[in-house]
Design a protein around this ligand. Structure first.
Ligand SMILES: Nc1ncnc2c1ncn2[C@@H]1O[C@H](COP(=O)(O)OP(=O)(O)OP(=O)(O)O)[C@@H](O)[C@H]1O
Ligand SMILES: [Mg+2]
Length: 388
């Protein structure tokens, strides 16, 4: 199949659309593979957490003695839902890797269809699968509650991996969403992780404050159990090589100046790199087959227009008037000191502390050095400037 664009915007990207991150992937897969670490990956929106997690999974999938599952916690609203999906994904992966059929289907019978039939099927399989199936039947019959179901399901991970002599890697994207399950799961993981010898976790999230609550404070349940990795933008060389290579595949050139501009505009944020790349490519369909600075400028403005609505609603919904004023002030400069912002807004510095803290924790602004901040998202920053 031939693709219509050298770039892919949105969704999970695989090579050749995926670029960079080699060191992160190597570190994470090694730590997980050897069962020596659990990982927490933190990054602002659109930096590529989901894509990285899939790259890790794909690499782990090459190892015969490993079962890796990817799970997006956004899809989950109840403890029972989470527990059930976890078991299903493991059985599904196991069947895929071992050309075995019937495990997942038998497990599913535990919560739909005739109970007797389910019991018979599960009995035949026996072992940890038969066992967890029976647990689900007792849950269905109202004999145990959701929390017990979740506990038993987490316990199943270890039992199953031991029984099959496997390493089990559980990848949980948007981990902070599980906060909606009342923190019970975090307490559970805390008590189980140390005893689970064959299971490791790799989780991601995009809100520092929520993740801090879960992970970093001394009294938070999962403190110290995870190795933290901050995922940043792609560096300039990686971005320019990628753009050049992708365009060349479609017999299109790009000038040095054009390449520099793409990096300047996007700061190497993967989502924007793909988007700006695509808009530049699109223009070549109607004119010369060479991207130059003028085309990059034009594409960038198209991109800004496209994001206008999204940025506007985010700006108005998410930020109080004071926070908006701070953001606007910072957007005028290449980063700003808190004292400078305070002066410009005619406010006392101490009066800004709480707002600055909020903006940093939600990864909207980033602390460049002591007391010095800039807006993280360069496209949002440009949009703010235009709004002034
Ligand atoms: N390593 C990469 N190489 C090339 N493009 C990438 C890479 N990572 C991400 N992208 C681009 O950015 C887009 C968003 O990536 P992804 O969904 O992985 O980000 P995310 O951090 O999970 O975002 P969100 O916070 O919205 O869930 C991808 O669809 C792709 O276009
Ligand atoms: Mg994601």
């Amino acid at each position: 199949m031939t693709s219509k664009s050298p770039f892919q915007i949105g969704g999970v990207v695989l090579p050749p659309y995926f670029v960079g991150r080699e060191n992160n992937i190597r570190e994470i897969t090694n730590g997980l593979k050897t069962l020596s670490q659990n990982y927490l990956i933190v990054a602002p929106r659109r930096v590529g957490k989901t894509s990285l997690l899939w790259a890790v999974k794909n690499k782990l999938d090459k190892e015969k003695e490993i079962i890796a599952i990817y799970f997006n916690c956004r899809e989950i609203t109840t403890k029972a839902g989470f527990a059930r999906k976890l078991v299903e994904l493991i059985l599904q992966e196991y069947e895929k890797n071992h050309s075995i059929k019937g495990y997942l289907e038998s497990f599913k019978r535990a919560f739909k269809g005739k109970i007797l039939d389910a019991v018979r099927r599960l009995d035949k399989i026996g072992g940890s699968i038969g066992n967890i199936g029976e647990v689900y039947i007792t849950f269905r019959e109202g004999e145990i509650n959701e929390e017990e179901l979740l506990e038993r399901s987490i316990h199943f991970l270890e039992k199953f991996s031991k029984e099959k002599d496997l390493h089990l890697i559980v990848i949980l994207d948007e981990f902070q969403k599980l906060k909606d399950l009342n923190g019970y799961l975090f307490e559970l993981l805390k008590s189980k992780i140390d005893t689970q010898k064959n299971v490791r976790y790799c989780v991601s999230g995009s809100s520092i404050s929520m993740l801090n609550e879960i992970f970093l404070q001394k009294d938070s349940p999962l403190y110290m159990m995870f190795t933290k990795i901050y995922l940043g933008s792609l560096d300039k060389k990686t971005v320019t090589n990628f753009i050049q290579k992708r365009l060349r595949k479609f017999n299109i050139d790009i000038t040095e100046e054009g390449l520099d501009l793409i990096y300047d505009y996007t700061h190497g944020i993967p989502y924007y790199v793909q988007k700006l790349g695509h808009f530049c490519f699109y223009q070549t369909l109607f004119s010369k087959r060479r991207v130059d600075a003028k085309m990059v400028h034009k594409s960038f403005h198209r991109m800004l227009i496209e994001f206008d609505e999204e940025f506007e609603s985010r700006f108005l919904d998410k930020f109080s008037p004071k926070r908006r004023a701070i953001l606007k002030e910072i957007s005028k400069t290449d980063g700003a000191r808190v004292s400078y912002i305070a002066k410009k807004l005619g406010l006392d510095v101490n009066f800004l502390g709480e707002s600055m803290h909020f903006l940093v924790e939600s990864m909207v602004i980033e602390r460049k050095s002591r007391g010095f901040y800039d807006i993280y998202d360069p496209i949002f920053k440009q949009w703010l400037r235009n709004e002034l």
